[in-house]
Design a protein around this ligand. Structure first.
Ligand SMILES: *Cc1c(COP(=O)(O)O)cnc(C)c1O
Length: 236
């Protein structure tokens, strides 16, 4: 399977059910991104700020870049001039920073709040109580250069579909509840970003309307190779 055919079959699967495809291009070279671009893909996701900045500089300017990885406040300024959507927001502090830099760039940046749904400590995100606290914070309404467009979640990396399905179900319920309670009059709050290559079909069944697919589009990523002590020993 080529990237071109992968994009075509994913678009044929997802477009009719109004699910947006974010092609996750982290670690992938520009030539492969261009192959997806030539196949019509315009939304790409990256998880590292520097890589996102470099690719934005080098690739066509009509690409919509999404940041899907954790964002430190001191790095917001690098992506604020161009980033279309940030999926991984988990504090008011980072929202305020995004708002500040968006204002300087005379832009409005679309934001998703990342919710911790996985049964793993390592994944970032807000729990329910933290989400409600953030939504009730009076300072949030004053941030005119960000737009809260929905929620994002990463399910447990589990071979058990029952666990993954329940996590997605829970996030969909939270999304509906939050929309009804806090965004009733705000059409922008409409995106539920859930589902990766291993679990996107389950996510879509549970109500996702934005999936973030890397390996399904580009093939497996080569995992980073760390130098082992033994390698050093061999050299000496
Ligand atoms: C890498 C990544 C993806 C895509 O992963 P695949 O399993 O390759 O589809 C999706 N979301 C986030 C947050 C990621 O970091």
């Amino acid at each position: 399977m080529s990237i071109t055919t992968n994009i075509a079959s994913l678009q044929a699967e997802l477009a009719p059910i109004a699910v947006t495809l974010v092609a996750v291009s982290k670690t992938k070279p520009n030539e492969e991104i261009m192959e997806a671009y030539e196949a019509g893909q315009r939304i790409f996701g990256e998880n590292m700020v520097q890589e996102l900045v470099d690719k934005h500089e080098q690739l066509p300017k009509d690409i919509e870049w999404h940041l899907i990885g954790h964002l430190q406040t001191n790095k917001v300024k690098y992506i604020a001039p161009f980033v279309k959507m940030i999926h991984s927001i988990d504090s008011l502090k980072v929202l305020k920073e995004i708002n500040k830099h968006a204002e300087r760039n005379k832009r409005v940046i679309d934001c998703l709040l990342q919710i911790h749904i996985a049964d793993e400590d390592t994944k970032f995100g807000l729990d329910h109580a933290e989400l409600i606290e953030l939504l009730r914070d009076e300072e949030l309404a004053e941030l005119k250069n960000i737009r809260i467009c929905g929620l994002m979640g990463i399910a447990t990396n589990s071979p058990n579909p029952k666990i993954v399905k329940e996590e997605f179900y829970e996030l969909k319920m939270l999304f509906d509840g939050v929309k009804a309670s806090y965004f009733r009059k705000d059409d922008a709050f409409s995106i539920l970003s859930m589902g990766m290559s291993a679990d996107y079909k389950l996510a879509v069944e549970q109500g996702s309307n934005m999936v973030r697919l890397g390996s399904t589009v580009f093939g497996k990523r080569v995992t980073k190779h760390f130098k082992l002590k033994d390698d050093n020993n061999k050299e000496s």
